[in-house]
Write a protein that binds this ligand. Structure first.
Ligand code: 13P
Length: 340
């Protein structure tokens, strides 16, 4: 277990002005995204799309690391360079999604648990040899009538802790992602309560499994109003409630916290990060680890056509730059308008 390497990896992931690109969509999720632009979701199109993102000029200035799906870690650029090597050569840390996806939790209607612990130690060793230096595991918590249950919170926290311990033994930094879904009609107060309970259960499990907080990154959802709730909280309220929960639950020893976008609009995800990162005296750096909020404009510009690559790269560069500023609390809405 190389603790020095993990410390360097974790710090580099949250370096000032940089954040992460989540490009670890499974083939199924990728199909959903490609369907919106009428692109066939085959292996070559997935490869070409990822190559468009990774080779965007100037991107290493804002992107510290990329979360890859297993298939992508084994694919190459059209010039025959392994994607992991290509990213590393450009100063970007390759990471890997290691959970096996979310599944219905038995005897718990409406709740999910993530699978993928079987043979994980062997997979982690292979991923390290392929160049991955951090690994993500996503757990999904749904808010609804009578849910989440304690059993669901505990089952997901336990899996997150088991995978984290296995990752650290392999010198791979765990990026733990307990995502509280924004789907539903719940209030922001309820989201705050559930996010706090989720993180409390998660960190209690981490401690019980001897996971080192110094070599761990949290990827969390923000505290927001349920998607269909009549009262949609503003930027300052989201920032205040999210920071309150994080201060109550996340150890100060942890090197950083990153956010998922979870279905927020591109600009909202940037504005929320900006408001939080602007706040003084936090024990950890905050940054982005977005998939949709970084990729959507690029995907819409790309549409599977090589002739659109330059336009798609411009769109991706713009979102990466805006979020790089937001991670330092230096973003302003008029910067979006100037670019438009
Ligand atoms: P979104 O930013 O689209 O929520 O995706 C982040 C992620 O990694 C989901 O697992």
């Amino acid at each position: 277990m190389d603790t020095k390497l993990m410390m360097e990896t974790a710090r580099a992931m949250v370096a000032p002005g940089k954040g992460l690109l989540a490009a670890d969509e499974s083939a199924g999720t990728c199909k959903k995204r490609f369907d919106t632009v009428n692109v066939e979701c085959n292996e070559e199109n997935r490869r070409a799309y990822r190559e468009m993102l990774f080779t965007t000029p100037g991107i290493p200035e804002y992107v510290s690391g990329v979360i890859l799906f297993d298939e992508t870690l084994r694919q190459k650029t059209k010039d025959g360079v392994n994607f992991g090597e290509y990213l590393k050569k450009n100063g970007i840390i390759p990471g890997i999604k290691v959970d096996g996806g979310v599944h219905d939790m038995a005897l718990h209607p409406g709740e999910k648990v993530s699978e993928g612990l079987d043979k994980l130690a062997e997979r982690m060793k292979e991923y390290f040899s392929l160049g991955a230096r951090f690994a993500k595991w996503r757990a999904v918590i749904t808010i609804g009538e009578g849910i989440p249950t304690q059993a669901c919170l505990q089952a997901n926290a336990h899996a997150l802790a088991r995978y984290s311990a296995i990752g650290q033994e392999a010198s791979i930094v765990p990026m733990i992602e307990p995502e509280v879904l924004l789907d539903g009609g719940h209030s922001i107060e309820r989201c705050e309560e559930v996010t706090e309970a989720t993180l409390r259960a998660t960190y209690a499990a981490m401690a019980a499994h001897n996971v080192s907080f110094e070599h761990l990154i949290l990827k969390t959802s923000m505290v927001v109003s349920g998607k269909t709730n009549a009262r949609q909280a503003g930027v300052d309220e989201v920032a205040e409630r999210t920071l309150r929960v994080l201060k109550r639950t996340v150890p100060a020893a942890q090197p950083g916290i990153v956010f998922l976008s979870g279905g927020q609009s591109d600009v909202s995800a940037t504005a929320h990060l900006n408001a939080m990162a602007a706040s003084k005296g936090l024990p950890w750096p905050l940054t982005f680890s977005y998939s949709r909020a970084l990729q959507n404009p690029a995907l819409n510009a790309w549409k599977g056509q090589s002739a659109n690559v330059a336009a798609a790269q411009r769109a991706f560069h713009h979102r990466a730059q805006m979020n790089g500023l937001a991670a330092q609390g230096k973003w302003r809405a008029d910067l979006e308008r100037q670019a438009a």
